[in-house]
Ligand binder design. Structure first.
Ligand SMILES: Cc1ncc(C[n+]2csc(CCOP(=O)(O)OP(=O)(O)O)c2C)c(N)n1
Ligand code: SF4
Ligand SMILES: [Mg+2]
Length: 334
């Protein structure tokens, strides 16, 4: 273990940064777009998980932008799987480590395409066989790496290249798949949702997921400036609005039961969430079709607030209006 050097007497942030033992499972220098929510999300997950992990990563943006041959941004053992089978690869690693008597934790990373749709069969099997694997879905709500195609996670009304908006259609006709309900039907010890806009909440959930024995699952909302069409500087504020509108509820479930939720003190209208994003631009037009679809989206957000009892008057440390900013400098791992 590296000894921790003593701090200088006056607190100078540059000096402090230099002496701070820093672990970041993904180093800078990768090729993600500016403001990529997924790059930030993966770094935050690994900071909380610590270095004693093995990551299995399905095909998708995260895999592509971190590993341009012969380089790698990963500082932990990492393996690339097919789109379909990351949960099966992770399960195999977990069984092998257990046979060797090792305690290294196994993480499976996938995008929403690799989780909601193409990798779902392997994921369901891994959960059902009760493997000690922590599965993280980086949910940017479309197949981004191949040029913005709709997935089972794309929200209702959103434009993608395969759910166009025009005179006939107003973006995606179908609803975002309720994956958390499907996951929770497996009765696994722990499942949760989180957002990059709430990093303290996210870190706590990663630690909780790794504390439980058996499978755990995290649905992590991760804005994609390219595919959502928002300014790359707005990644955090856009994702905060996803939570504050009720469109992306922040929840924790144990054995299929909701045990906690992030309350919303001042629900925001979905129009506010849609405004900075190209993918919802058509819903803001002054036409009956656009108004109707925007109302649908608002109704979906309201239904989430009702279903999970998200509304709260009382300010608390875990309400969506609470201060929770990105803390720079990494976590302390010996
Ligand atoms: C079986 C299979 N089908 C299609 C592809 C092509 N493909 C590679 S990455 C990708 C999109 C990934 O989407 P997602 O899982 O949501 O991750 P994102 O890129 O959005 O982070 C697709 C369709 C593939 N590699 N394998
Ligand atoms: S396309 Fe989206 S998910 Fe992929 S690197 Fe760019 S911002 Fe990130
Ligand atoms: Mg995606």
């Amino acid at each position: 273990m590296t000894p921790i050097p003593s701090l200088p007497s006056s607190v100078d942030m540059t000096a402090l940064r230099k002496v701070q033992p820093r672990f970041s499972g993904i180093e800078s220098g990768h090729g993600a777009c500016q403001g990529c929510g997924q790059a930030l999300a993966a770094r935050l997950v690994l900071e909380a998980a610590g270095p004693d992990v093995i990551v299995a990563n399905a095909t998708g943006c995260l895999e592509i932008f971190t590993t341009p041959w012969p380089q790698s941004a990963w500082t932990v053992p990492w393996i690339h799987s097919l789109f379909e089978n990351v949960a099966a690869v992770a399960a195999g690693i977990e069984v092998a480590l257990r046979a060797q008597g090792r305690t290294t934790r196994v993480l499976a990373f996938a995008g929403d395409g690799g989780t909601f749709d193409i990798g779902f069969q392997a994921l369901s099997g891994m959960l059902e066989r009760n493997h000690d694997v922590f599965f993280v879905c980086f949910d940017n709500e479309a197949y981004m790496n191949t040029g913005i195609q709709r997935s089972g996670s794309t929200p209702h009304g959103a434009w993608t290249n395969t759910s166009p908006a025009g005179r006939v259609r107003q973006g995606k006709r179908h609803f975002k798949k309720d994956l958390l309900a499907i996951i929770s039907a497996h009765g696994i010890p722990y499942a949760a949702t989180a957002s990059v806009a709430y990093p303290s909440d996210l870190r706590a959930k990663v630690r909780r997921a790794l504390d439980v024995s058996g499978p755990s699952f995290l649905l992590l909302h991760s804005p994609c400036p390219l595919g959502w069409g928002h300014d790359s500087a707005l990644t955090i504020s856009v994702d905060r609005l996803a939570v504050e509108t009720g469109l992306f509820p922040i929840l924790e479930m144990e054995r299929g039961q909701v045990v906690s939720s992030m309350k919303i003190r001042n629900p925001r209208p979905v129009r506010e969430y849609a405004l900075p994003q190209f993918r919802f631009r058509h819903l803001l037009m002054d036409t009956p079709e656009a108004r109707e679809e925007l109302e649908h989206l608002q109704a979906l957000a309201d239904a989430n607030i009702e279903r999970y009892g998200l509304l709260s008057e009382a300010p608390g440390p875990r309400d969506s209006g609470g201060a929770d900013t990105i803390r720079r400098g990494g976590s302390r791992w010996g």
